[in-house]
Every structure is written in structure tokens, then in C-alpha cells.
Design a binder for this molecule. Structure first.
Ligand SMILES: [Zn+2]
Ligand SMILES: [Zn+2]
Length: 142
């Protein structure tokens, strides 16, 4: 059973000359199912039973590939971690440097930055803003 997003990923992998492996599809589905900003460790825990023996570096490399292909948004490093976001529209992130909480922020105008990137010959440009600070609950606890 394949969803539309599976089909799109298969086409994107082929377009880049990358192998289409069940592992890559499972990792992509797992990230979407988590439906939150997830570290490679969290994705590994989610696919462990379906992909016995898969290693953390493999999961990490696959998530990097997904973000290169536009199927995940790489967040960070923020607060010492790299996270992958299944939400694909351009949005920014607030990251708490104490507890690691990540929240989405909207209404970012990345148009000028992306236009500047295009003028310099960049393709596949994505812009992301990460704001680090101390979240409300952590600030209250201090
Ligand atoms: Zn916090
Ligand atoms: Zn996000």
C-alpha cells in the first residue's frame, strides 16, 4: 500500500539517481507518523521493529537525504541536537536551550533571503530561522 507521498518520494529518489529502498520509505513514513520534530534517535526507536538491525548513522543519513530532497525540514543544530520536521511549509522554530522544547513559529518572510540565494546561483534553497532562548516553564523554574 503506497500513499501519494510514497510515490512522490520514489520519483524524487529516482530523479536523483538514488536507490529506492524499503528502508528509506519506512523511515520517511515513520517521521510523518511521529508528526513532530524528531531526532534521528527518536526515528530509530520508531522504526526499530520494522527495520531490525538498522543503525543510527543509517537513519541519520536517510533523514539528511530526505531533507535534501525536500521531504523533511532539517532543524538546527539547535540546543546541541539536529531535528527533522515532517512539516514542509517554510516556518521557523523556537528552541529552548534548557529543556530542548521545539515550537513552530509562522509568518516568516523568507522570500528576500531565498531571492538572494537564487541570484547567487543557488538552487533547492530553503531558509529556516531558529530562535534559541529559555522557554516559559524553564524560566519560571529558575
Ligand atoms: Zn524549556
Ligand atoms: Zn517545525
Amino acid at each position: 500500500m503506497h500513499s501519494d507521498l510514497d510515490t512522490q518520494l520514489v520519483e524524487a529518489l529516482r530523479g536523483r539517481g538514488q536507490r529506492v529502498t524499503p528502508q528509506r520509505l519506512v523511515i520517511h513514513r515513520a517521521l510523518r507518523a511521529l508528526d513532530t520534530h524528531a531526532s534521528a534517535e527518536e526515528v530509530l526507536a520508531a522504526v526499530d521493529d520494522r527495520l531490525p538491525g538498522v543503525s543510527l548513522p543509517t537513519v541519520y543519513a536517510t533523514l539528511e537525504l530526505l531533507s535534501e530532497l525536500g521531504f523533511a525540514l532539517r532543524v538546527g543544530p539547535a540546543g546541541g541536537r539536529v531535528l527533522f520536521d515532517p512539516r514542509l511549509d517554510d516556518h521557523g522554530h523556537l528552541v529552548c536551550s534548557r529543556c530542548g522544547r521545539v515550537e513552530d513559529i509562522d509568518a516568516l518572510d523568507t522570500g528576500p533571503a531565498l531571492a538572494a540565494a537564487r541570484r547567487r546561483g543557488f538552487t533547492h534553497a530553503r531558509a529556516g530561522l531558529v530562535v534559541t532562548g529559555v522557554c516559559g516553564p524553564c524560566g519560571d523554574a529558575a
